[in-house]
Design a protein around this ligand. Structure first.
Ligand code: NAD
Length: 523
């Protein structure tokens, strides 16, 4: 019997051990020999289907290298995927919950076997260093294990959840919704891609998974694992393509029952709008789950252990070059300790090494030209909005390799309402904001429209309790970094413009992909 109580998150690999580094290097060699240069077609109704045009994935740390290609789905392909998925749904919805869950567990076992390959592929395709890639693949395994087990509570007819009533049997059935589209970002191209397809699928839905344009190879690698684990044809339609073409087509379509989207605020709000418009022939109100951006702040007050705070700031700010929705992009420091914290932060961040993901550098290249140009725009703005204390350059080159390299950058004395303090930059560029005192710091932290992660470094119990109540974020951390949520341990998702607070990896996440039927029988 599968039980959620048996779920345990994956331990991370310790890369201070030489044998683990060697194993990673061996995986990089294997991936270079077997996966780099590969082409992933679409998979529709269990058939591999190709397109005339292709999407090309570049190595962001060495843009002269093509990592591989995927098909580029057309509108006709999207239509076929949708129709086929509805056909597959007729059977898939009748499977026992434990039989569906077993496929996720088998996929998890396969991913565990190929953990370092998946990591190495991400080092090359999106520039993750070893630890960043490893925690991500661990998260993907966790999603499979956690959702497989948490699905069990929805199986069967749950009369235990309704109140006894004389002369009748009453109970709830949890039913899948139908066919949905899952649209994922490049920054967690393995974990988020897996989580967003596994959750709806395990409870009986069929999914069209559209990965991000920059990370099609790791998505293809994961889709293959799902098929090898035994997903029947049509349950998962793998549809690499361009968001504003096939993504737009599917989110607008009358036959799309639900949408699960992780990505930027702008695209998420657009999807919310088009999905709300009822199309001719549409029979339902689409369910939309959105996980969007952040402008995440960490407060440091005068009672904090400053060493702890500085470590948390460096880890939260620069892990994967700040390209995490949870990344600490605002450091809010009370005046009394501002200089000590900022000096320590600049000194520690100044030691970060720039290089490629494959070299296991601390700061690698950002994902693509568009990100590079956007972040460069903020670097140009930085001297007007604050004092550049570290970095500030976008060399676009490192150790002779052309790539989207941006220096780890810290900008001090940024005003709370400056653009750099309000807009999501999504790169290694941090705004430090000076607060008068604790209450001022809390006000600053709450002064954005986002509400994803946040943190407080303080030893004052009353302040921590106040922050627990008042900080408007979906994930709040005290005296540690504000990134790195673990599935089942820290259910993840934001409020306000950061999303619908659906808490991926949380106890109620699967309910988003089901509808309840109350059944009453009079005896
Ligand atoms: P993005 O919004 O540019 O793209 C996300 C996905 O949407 C891609 O697959 C893209 O092809 C697709 N898309 C683009 N236009 C579309 C359209 N009109 N219709 C349908 N689909 C469309 O985001 P990104 O650059 O890939 O990812 C970075 C963003 O994601 C950041 O804002 C980050 O904060 C956010 N993010 C949030 C979370 C979270 O859990 N809240 C997690 C990771 C990333």
């Amino acid at each position: 019997m599968l039980k959620i109580q048996d779920y345990r998150p994956q331990p991370f690999i310790d890369f201070t051990k030489a044998e683990n580094v060697q194993a990673y290097e061996a995986a990089l060699k294997k991936v270079r020999a077997e996966l780099v240069g590969k082409h992933y077609p679409m998979v529709i109704d269990g058939e591999r289907v190709d397109t005339a045009e292709k999407l090309t994935s570049l190595n962001p740390c060495d843009t002269s290298e093509v990592v591989g290609t995927t098909a580029k789905a057309t509108i006709e392909d999207a239509e076929r995927a949708l129709q086929g998925a509805w056909k597959a749904f007729e059977t898939w919805k009748t499977w026992d919950m434990d039989a569906r869950a077993r496929i996720l567990l088998k996929a998890s076992a396969k991913l565990k076997e190929r953990r370092l390959e998946a990591c190495a592929l991400m080092s090359i395709e999106v520039g993750k260093n070893y630890a960043e890639a490893d925690v991500e693949v661990a998260e993907a395994i966790d999603f499979l294990e956690y959702y497989a087990r948490s699905a069990m509570k929805y199986s069967g007819f749950g009369s235990s959840e309704t109140t006894w009533f004389e002369g009748e049997e009453n109970g709830l059935m949890s039913l899948p919704l139908g066919v949905g589209v899952s649209i994922s970002p490049w920054n967690f191209p393995c974990a988020i891609f897996v989580g967003m397809l596994a959750a709806p699928i395990v409870v009986g839905n069929c999914v069209i998974a559209k990965p991000a344009e920059d990370s099609g190879l790791i998505a293809g690698f994961i889709a293959d694992i799902m098929y090898e684990a035994g997903l029947p044809a049509g349950v998962l339609q793998f549809l690499p393509g361009v968001g504003k073409d096939v993504g737009e087509y599917l989110t607008t379509h009358a036959k799309t029952r639900f949408i699960t989207f992780t990505g930027s605020r702008a695209v998420g709000l657009h999807i919310n709008e088009v999905a709300a418009k009822v199309q001719p022939g549409q029979k339902w109100i689409k369910k939309v789950v959105l996980e969007l951006g952040g402008k995440d702040g960490m407060i440091v007050d005068e009672t904090a252990d400053l060493e702890v705070a500085i470590t948390a700031a460096v880890q939260g700010a620069f892990g994967f070059n700040g390209q995490k929705c949870s990344a600490m992009s605002r450091l809010i420091v009370v005046d009394a300790v501002y200089d000590d914290v900022v000096n320590g932060f600049v000194e520690r961040a100044g030691k970060l090494k720039m290089g490629t993901g494959e070299e296991n550098a601390n700061v690698t290249a950002v994902v693509n030209q568009m990100s590079f140009d956007k972040i460069k725009g903020y670097l140009e703005l930085a001297p007007q909005e604050g004092k550049v204390l570290l970095g500030g350059e976008a060399p676009g080159e490192c150790n002779g390799k052309q790539g989207y390299y941006i220096q780890a950058t810290i900008v001090g004395d940024v005003k709370r309402d400056a653009r750099m303090a309000q807009e999501e930059i999504f790169g290694p560029v941090i705004s430090v904001i000076r607060a008068k005192d604790w209450q001022d710091a809390l006000d600053i932290a709450n002064s954005t429209e986002y509400g994803l992660t946040g943190g407080v470094c303080s030893r004052d119990r009353a302040r921590l309790e106040q922050a627990r109540q008042e900080l408007e974020v979906g994930n709040l951390y005290f005296n540690r970094k504000i990134t790195g949520a673990i599935v089942g341990v820290q259910p993840f998702g934001g409020y306000n413009m950061s999303g619908t607070d659906s808490k991926a990896g949380g106890p109620d996440y699967l309910a988003y992909f089901m509808q309840l039927k109350t059944v009453t029988e009079r005896w």
